[in-house]
Design a protein around this ligand. Structure first.
Ligand SMILES: NC(=O)c1ccc[n+]([C@@H]2O[C@H](COP(=O)([O-])OP(=O)(O)OC[C@H]3O[C@@H](n4cnc5c(N)ncnc54)[C@H](O)[C@@H]3O)[C@@H](O)[C@H]2O)c1
Length: 259
């Protein structure tokens, strides 16, 4: 029960339906529930989000779903308000909402660029901005921002995604310095290649054509991570076990960035 008494808001948590491939947010919701947290799940996919929350409740967890477009300030205000009105406070924010568009610089349109910057850049800023007053009232908190190894080393898959994930990394550090005195910690997490619905849809075309998975070539451990494995590192950053960590960049990548 490493999160007993804590209230957590997780964005991008809809992909947590039992029996289906889970995303990082969905797997985190199940792990957090097992560790005693009360949960607000938020996502643009209301159908899967409601289903995940209902299954969590059936399993005995305290969980609600709130629709959230992470690019909307109003939606973030509502999501934080839901945590406070339903459970009395907010201690943890995990920002998993995300998507990707493939393409090098010349293949990237302004629309693609704006989509990446809006969701990852503006979205993570808005979530953090509106969680902070509630966390201050709670005496402190932990914010985990899902960046990527692409936000550290660029990667070759998508110029706009790498740029947006790089923005997440430095935003987390700036916020960490600003709110350390309020006991609000902000850390970024940098997964490498994780087998999730989002990653499968991004790599789908290659795999459908019967090609070998190109990602395996650059992972020293020779396999993708599961969403559950990434959820454990999120749990560490969210819990009091990482109390002295803020502005840190935790890498979970099977050795990719060690190359
Ligand atoms: N899968 C990977 O290999 C990988 C690697 C590094 C980083 N990440 C990052 O981790 C996070 C989670 O990725 P995942 O692969 O587990 O994803 P996932 O398969 O769980 O899908 C992402 C979720 O975000 C939701 N979402 C999309 N747009 C949204 C919006 N505008 N508002 C609210 N919710 C929205 C989707 O509905 C979905 O539930 C993302 O930020 C992703 O960029 C993933």
């Amino acid at each position: 029960m490493r999160l007993e008494g804590k209230v957590a808001l997780i964005s991008g948590a809809a992909m947590g339906v039992k029996g289906e491939l889970m995303g990082i947010g969905g797997a985190t919701a199940w792990l957090f529930a097992r560790e005693g947290a009360k949960l607000v799940l938020a996502d643009i996919n209301a159908d899967k989000g409601e289903k995940t929350a209902a299954q969590l409740r059936e399993s005995g967890a305290d969980a609600v779903f709130v629709p959230l477009d992470a690019t909307s300030e109003q939606d973030w205000v509502r999501a934080v308000d839901t945590a406070v009105s339903r459970f009395g406070k907010l201690n943890i924010l995990v920002q998993c909402a995300g998507t990707t568009v493939p393409g090098g610089v010349e293949q990237t349109t302004v629309k693609m660029w704006n989509q990446m910057m809006d969701l990852h850049g503006k979205g993570m800023f808005l979530g953090t901005k509106h969680a902070i007053p509630a966390m201050r009232k709670a005496g402190g908190g932990s914010i985990v921002i899902l960046s990527s190894t692409d936000g550290m080393i660029g990667g070759g898959f998508s110029a706009s995604y790498a740029a947006a994930k790089g923005a997440n990394r430095l935003f987390a550090r700036a916020a960490a310095i600003q709110y350390a005195k309020d006991n609000i910690r902000v850390n970024s997490l940098h997964p490498g290649e994780v087998d999730t619905p989002l990653a499968r849809s991004a790599i789908g075309e290659v795999m459908e054509q019967g090609g070998t998975d190109p990602r395996l070539d650059w992972i020293p451990m020779g396999r993708l991570a599961t969403a559950g494995e990434v959820a454990h590192s999120i749990l560490f950053l969210a819990s009091d076990e990482s109390w002295y960590m803020t502005g840190a960049e935790l890498v979970i990548d099977g050795g990719i960035t060690a190359r």
